[in-house]
Design a protein around this ligand. Structure first.
Ligand SMILES: [Ca+2]
Ligand SMILES: [Ca+2]
Ligand SMILES: [Ca+2]
Length: 393
């Protein structure tokens, strides 16, 4: 993480430095060697084979690679000149990198090299024997001394080995497994992002403001998306249950017709709303056209899965769409409604079929519902639609 944020910062710093660089050159700050021949490593000079003098860092500049201060004081560590770490090993000031708050960055994790068995003293020094104490590997006889930090007394060898013996050596909520000497969640609990929660609770990271896993957004964090970036004309993008909510995004009314073939790979081509026991989604299973279709959610007996859209028909015309169903014939049905009035329903094993119904000008809600009865399933137990069109016949 730290490496990334540092790389990310460089261009900004370079921009800030650019006027200084130009000024510096004209004033001869880069004239250590006289004339155009800069002393390699002087601030603002071209890097020689990527090498700058101590305290400087080779960065890509607008006219070539130049040496710039490693640490312009931006990190607030009081060391604006840097202490000479041209290798950029992630520890520019020697204080363990400001982002690690006193710890040392090894790879992408912050560790305490005083006590870390994998990184004892420095990142490249694992303890092959003994325990890391005070930055060096010590073989400790636990019949004489107490085992320090995260170690336990191995009765066979009478040595301290890495691992726990007591719960209080583990993070809060974790307990020590006395067989593996590792910290684990208590019985009937599991590790959810470093917190032990009951087995029957879902690991919920929605609400922490960070977009993880299948989350599309989290709270105010919309991942840089907006209604417009998602293809709408205007409106305010929301985040609901860590899924993007486009219900307040709107399109300008089309001159001719509305159409969605789901080739956006999601339900964002029109102001779709999906609800029920499971939601509809874009699917690549047997598309009628293109790559994607809209597929009902996976539901159980007596449940339903609904997809609907409200559109303003520019003039009297039709709604047309293709559908496919693979359900228990006669009982588990795809029903289609316009403004809450059932138009037709389908069930059983049906191939792709096109339907068409008349539509008056104005606002209408088109709703597709997969509704199962109390028992039995057949086929894929799903329904699909594709190429939804509302416009002139
Ligand atoms: Ca989250
Ligand atoms: Ca399609
Ligand atoms: Ca059924």
């Amino acid at each position: 993480m730290k490496n990334n944020s540092r790389l990310f910062k460089l261009p900004t710093r370079l921009l800030l430095l650019a006027p200084t660089l130009l000024l510096g050159v004209s004033l001869g700050a880069c004239s250590g060697g006289g004339g155009d021949a800069c002393s390699v490593g002087t601030e603002g000079c071209e890097c020689f084979n990527g090498v700058c003098l101590g305290g400087l860092f080779c960065a890509q500049g607008p006219t070539g690679n130049v040496c710039i201060p490693l640490d312009g004081g931006e990190t607030g560590d009081g060391d604006p000149t840097g202490d000479g770490d041209p290798t950029g090993d992630g520890d520019p000031t020697g204080d363990g990198d400001p982002g690690c708050s006193g710890l040392t960055m090894c790879g992408d994790e912050c560790v305490d090299t005083q006590t870390n068995n994998q990184h004892c003293g420095d990142c490249d020094s694992p303890c092959n024997t003994g325990i890391c104490t005070g930055g060096s590997c010590m073989v400790i006889d636990c019949t004489v001394d107490e085992c320090p930090g995260f170690s336990y007394c191995d009765l066979a060898t009478k040595q301290c080995l890495p691992g726990c013996a007591f719960d209080n050596q583990c993070d809060a909520g974790f307990v020590c497994d006395l067989v593996s000497h590792e910290c684990a969640c208590p019985e009937e609990e599991y590790d959810c992002e470093g917190v032990c929660i009951p087995e029957w609770e879902e690991c919920q990271t929605c609400g922490n403001g960070t977009i993880e896993g299948s989350e599309e957004c989290d709270g105010n964090n919309l991942g840089g998306q907006s209604c417009v970036s998602l293809g709408w004309d205007m409106g305010t993008l929301g985040c609901n249950g860590c899924l993007l909510d486009v219900s307040n995004c709107t399109l300008e009314m089309p001159d001719e017709f509305w159409f969605d073939d789901f080739e956006t790979g999601n339900l964002m081509g029109l102001p779709w709303m999906t609800s029920g026991n499971a939601i509809w989604s874009a699917s690549t299973t047997m598309p009628h056209q293109g790559t994607y279709v809209a597929a009902s959610g996976t539901i159980s007996d007596a449940q339903s899965s609904t997809l609907q859209v409200t559109l303003n028909a520019p003039q009297a015309g039709v709604v047309r769409f293709w559908h496919r169903v693979s359900t228990e014939a006669g009982y588990d049905v795809l029903a289609f409604y316009i403004d809450n009035i059932l138009q037709d329903s389908w069930s059983g094993q049906l191939v792709w079929t096109q339907e068409q119904f008349p539509v008056a000008a104005g606002n209408h809600t088109f709703r597709w519902v997969y509704q199962k009865d109390e028992s039995l399933s057949d086929g894929s137990d799903k329904v699909w639609i594709d190429e939804v069109y509302v416009g002139p016949q």
